[in-house]
Design a protein around this ligand. Structure first.
Ligand code: FAD
Length: 501
C-alpha cells in the first residue's frame, strides 16, 4: 500500500527533528505529514548536549547556524570533561577530534606511547587541539582560522532542548507539516495486517495514516503500548535509573566553558551543560544506592549558581526496544530506547534513526526487509554505545561507595572485555561496524581512567625515530599556535550568535 500520509506521534526533540527532516520529502509531491503532540503531557525537556554529527544534521536541513544558536541559547562544545571517574580528584577530557594524526599508517596513540617509553614526558593532551582549546576556554571554527597547515577543530553544540524543538517546529510547519494538538487516547490496529491504522484523540478526532513515527517518549505509545514490541533491559550493566534536572545561573558571571562536564558522585554522576546565559545541570543516579532528596542536595551543592526552576525528577530503564521498526511504525528518541546522557548520544541516535528511515523509506509501501535492516543496524549502534558507556563505570579504581564497588567488579559484555584486553596488551583499538566512537575516544577514556598499555605496537619502533619526533614537535607547536590565536568562547558567542537576554 502506497504511503500518502505519515503521522509523527510526539513533539519533543525526536518528533520535531523527524518532522523537519521528513518535510523535505514533500518537495514536488503530495505527501501529507501530521505531527500530533499534547501540551498537557509536555516533553521531557532535557537533552541539551550534542556531538559533532548533530552539526551535520543542521547543514543537511540548510539551517543557518548562527540564527539557530541565537534562538536556542546555544554554545559550542569541544568535548566532555570527566571528573572523579577513575579516582576521586582525577580529571580528563574526552575530546572531539583526534590525538595527532596517523603516521605511516600507525594511529597516533601508539607513536605517543612509544616515545613515552623513550622518556618523552609530554601528555597526550598537548597533541589534541580540542582538548587544549577547552582547557583555555577558547573557541574558533576551522573556517575562521583560514590556514590549512593547522589542525581542524571539531565541535558540537549545547542547546536549550525546548527552544530547539520550537525552532524546528517553525522549520517543519513552513514546509507543510501540520501540527495537531491533542492527547491520543486510542490506537487502532488493522485486523488483517496488525499495522497501526489510526490514532484517536481525546476530542474524538480520528487520524488515519499509512506510516507512523513513534516519538511519544518513554511511554512508547505505538511501538510498545499498541504493538507490544518488548524491551531489552541493560540495568545490570548501567544501573542508574533516575535523574534530577535543575538549571541554574552562573553566579560568577563567567563565560560558558566550551565543554560539557560529567562529575562522578557516590552513586552516579552530575552533568553541567553551559548555555549562553545559564547552565543545565542534572544528577543521574541509581535509586538502589541513593535517595532522591540526597541526590537533589548533592546536585544543588555542586552547581555554579542559584537554581532557576524546581527540580525535575525523572525515572528511566536503560535499554532498547527489541525492534525499532515494527510493522508500519518506527520508534525514534526515548520511544526507541534510552542510555544515560554520559556521552550525549541520545539526540545522535535520533539523528541516525532519521537518516536510516529516510534512506530505507519507500513511498510505494512497507516491506519486512526494511524493518530487518533498520533493526539490525540500530541494534549494533546501540550496543557499541552501550559498551562505551559501561567502560566509564567499570574502569574505575573507586572503592568509596557500594555503587562503585558494584560497577568496578560487575561482569561486562564480552565485546567490551575484548576491547579492554587488546588495549592493555599493546594499545590496539578496532573500530567495528562503523561505530560512532573513534580510536581517540576509546583511548581517551581508557587512559583517562587508568587503563594503561603495557606493551607496544610492534610497528612503532620501526618508524624513522628522528623524523617522527620532529613531526610530534610540529603537531604540538601548531596546536599551541592555534589555541593562542583563538578568541575566548564567550567573546566568540557574543560576536557570532548572541542570544537575546
Ligand atoms: P519527549 O521529549 O518525552 O517527547 C514526547 C512527546 O510525545 C511529547 O510531545 C508528548 O506530548 C508526546 N506524547 C506522549 N504521549 C502522547 C499522547 N498520548 N498523545 C499525544 N502526544 C503524546 N540526549 C542528548 O543527546 N544529550 C543530553 O545531554 C541528554 N540529556 C538527557 C538527560 C536526561 C535525564 C534524560 C532523561 C534524557 C537526556 N537526553 C539527552 C535524551 C533526550 O532528552 C531525548 O533523546 C530527547 O529529548 C528526545 O525526547 P523525545 O522527543 O523522544 O521524548
Amino acid at each position: 500500500m502506497a504511503i500518502e500520509h505519515i503521522v509523527i506521534v510526539g513533539g519533543g526533540t525526536a518528533g520535531w527533528m523527524a518532522a523537519a527532516a521528513l518535510s523535505r520529502l514533500r518537495k514536488g509531491r503530495e505527501l501529507a505529514i501530521t505531527l500530533v503532540e499534547s501540551e498537557a503531557i509536555g516533553t521531557v525537556g532535557v537533552g541539551e548536549a550534542t556531538i559533532p554529527p548533530f552539526v551535520d544534521f543542521q547543514r543537511l536541513l540548510e539551517i543557518d547556524e548562527a540564527e539557530m544558536l541565537a534562538s536556542v541559547q546555544g554554545s559550542f562544545k569541544l568535548g566532555i570533561q570527566f571528573v572523579n571517574w577513575g579516582n576521586v580528584g582525577d580529571s580528563y577530557i574526552h575530546p572531539f577530534g583526534n590525538y595527532g594524526y596517523e603516521i605511516d599508517g600507525l594511529s597516533f596513540h601508539h607513536i605517543w606511547h612509544h616515545f613515552k617509553q623513550q622518556g618523552d614526558n609530554r601528555p597526550i593532551q598537548v597533541f589534541n587541539a580540542e582538548t587544549m582549546a577547552a582547557y583555555f576556554g577558547k573557541f574558533a571554527k576551522t573556517e575562521d582560522v583560514k590556514r590549512d597547515d593547522l589542525p581542524p577543530i571539531n565541535y558540537a553544540y549545547h542547546i536549550n532542548a525546548t527552544a530547539y524543538a520550537g525552532f524546528l517546529r517553525k522549520y517543519a510547519e513552513k514546509r507543510g507539516v501540520v501540527r495537531q494538538e491533542g492527547k491520543i487516547e486510542d490506537v487502532k490496529l488493522d485486523g488483517e495486517t496488525g499495522f497501526v491504522s489510526s490514532v484517536t484523540l481525546e476530542s474524538g478526532q480520528k487520524i488515519a495514516a499509512d506510516f507512523f513515527v513513534d516519538c511519544s517518549g518513554f511511554r512508547g505509545l505505538l511501538i510498545e503500548q499498541a504493538l507490544e514490541t518488548g524491551y531489552e533491559e541493560w540495568t545490570h550493566w548501567l544501573p542508574c535509573n533516575r535523574a534530577v534536572a535543575l538549571p541554574c545561573n552562573r553566579d560568577d558571571g563567567s563565560p560558558p566553558p566550551p565543554f560539557t562536564r560529567a562529575t562522578a558522585h557516590s552513586a552516579g554522576w552530575q552533568w553541567q551543560v553551559p548555555l549562553q546565559q545559564r547552565n543545565g545541570n542534572g544528577h543521574v543516579y541509581c535509586d538502589a544506592f541513593m535517595e532522591a532528596d540526597v541526590a537533589t542536595d548533592i546536585l544543588i551543592k555542586n552547581m555554579a549558581g542559584k537554581p532557576t526552576a524546581e527540580p525535575n525528577h525523572l525515572r528511566f530503564v536503560t535499554g532498547r526496544r527489541k525492534k525499532f521498526w515494527n510493522k508500519n511504525v518506527v520508534a525514534l528518541g526515548l520511544a526507541g530506547g534510552f542510555m544515560e546522557p554520559l556521552e550525549s548520544t541520545s539526540i545522535h541516535l535520533i539523528n541516525t534513526g532519521i537518516n536510516k528511515l529516510i534512506a530505507l523509506l519507500s513511498l510505494d509501501g512497507v516491506n519486512e526487509m526494511q524493518a530487518q535492516s533498520f533493526n539490525r543496524l540500530s541494534a549494533k549502534e546501540y550496543e557499541r554505545i552501550r559498551d562505551f558507556l559501561i567502560l566509564h563505570y567499570n574502569a574505575t579504581q573507586r572503592s568509596d561507595s557500594e555503587f562503585w564497588n558494584y560497577c568496578r567488579t560487575m561482569s561486562v559484555p564480552d565485546s567490551l572485555t575484548e576491547k579492554i584486553e587488546l588495549f592493555k596488551m599493546n594499545g590496539q583499538i578496532f573500530r567495528e561496524d562503523d561505530e560512532l566512537f573513534t580510536e581517540t575516544s576509546w583511548a581517551a577514556v581508557m587512559m583517562g581512567q587508568g587503563i594503561s598499555m603495557t606493551g607496544q605496537n610492534a610497528m612503532a619502533a620501526t618508524l624513522d625515530q628522528a623524523k617522527t619526533r620532529a613531526e610530534l614537535d610540529e603537531i604540538e607547536k601548531s596546536i599551541r599556535f592555534l589555541v593562542q590565536h583563538m578568541p575566548g568562547h564567550g567573546d566568540y558567542l557574543q560576536r557570532y550568535c548572541p542570544a537575546p537576554a
